[in-house]
Design a protein around this ligand. Structure first.
Ligand SMILES: CC(C)(COP(=O)(O)OP(=O)(O)OC[C@H]1O[C@@H](n2cnc3c(N)ncnc32)[C@H](O)[C@@H]1OP(=O)(O)O)[C@@H](O)C(=O)NCCC(=O)NCCS
Length: 190
């Protein structure tokens, strides 16, 4: 069963750049190839992302069958992909993913804003009970956005991947629907 995506316009009152989540398109693939060819973007991603992608592979991975995958558009440009995967309907669980491939948008709050938008969709629209995620420990940006969104660490796989001349642990996290709602309430101004 595939979840049919509509586009989401996400307006936040604070600083993060405005963005738009929409279904990926074939014409995003050349930019996606450039993202995956940039070692600064891919270093903390899966091993399969450590090699450049040919255009047909990029098209297949962007617009091929997926349960919940969006292109992230900001300021009129395709800047990355996000969504939920590994959906388990019997447990109401899915796994979050995000790649902001356009490095100029990093550090402006976009990653956290996108994460919160995807969680909101997962819990409020898809009825998920729990969202899981993970990051390689050296990925400071990923660590910060997960903790700011209210995730809790469940454990770690020690020395899980070889990156930049050393073994790096993988940290596993999750957030429950009630925790997300509490975190969102806590962030709202009184
Ligand atoms: C990880 C990622 C999603 C973060 O997105 P982002 O838009 O930069 O995130 P935000 O701006 O919302 O927050 C990141 C925070 O981490 C900080 N940060 C990022 N990289 C950092 C680093 N190397 N050292 C210290 N702090 C860092 C930022 O300054 C920011 O904190 P601040 O708000 O106090 O300034 C994005 O960098 C990305 O997609 N990277 C490539 C792919 C990837 O690693 N995906 C995640 C796989 S788990």
């Amino acid at each position: 069963m595939y979840h049919v995506l509509s586009s989401i316009k996400w307006d936040l009152p604070m600083a993060p750049p405005a963005f738009f989540l929409r279904p990926p398109r074939y014409e995003d693939a050349s930019a996606y190839c450039a993202f995956i060819a940039d070692p600064d973007v891919t270093v903390w991603l899966e091993d399969r992302c450590q090699r450049p992608l040919a255009l047909p592979q990029a098209q297949a991975s962007l617009v091929g069958d997926a349960w919940c995958r969006w292109a992230i558009e900001s300021d009129g440009a395709f800047v990355g992909v996000t969504g939920l995967e590994d959906y388990d309907p019997t447990r109401g669980v899915a796994r979050f993913f995000i790649v902001l491939g356009e490095r100029s948008v990093w550090g402006k709050g976009l990653g956290l804003a996108v994460l919160r938008a995807v969680l909101s969709h997962g819990f409020d629209r898809l009825g998920l009970r729990k969202v899981t995620s993970d990051y390689l420990e050296s990925n400071k940006g990923s660590r910060i956005i997960h903790h700011r969104a209210g995730f809790t660490v469940e454990g770690r796989a020690r020395q899980d991947r070889w990156r930049r001349g050393q073994w790096v642990d993988r940290v596993f996290l999750s957030i429950l629907s009630e925790e997300f709602r509490a975190a969102e309430h806590g962030q709202r101004p009184a």
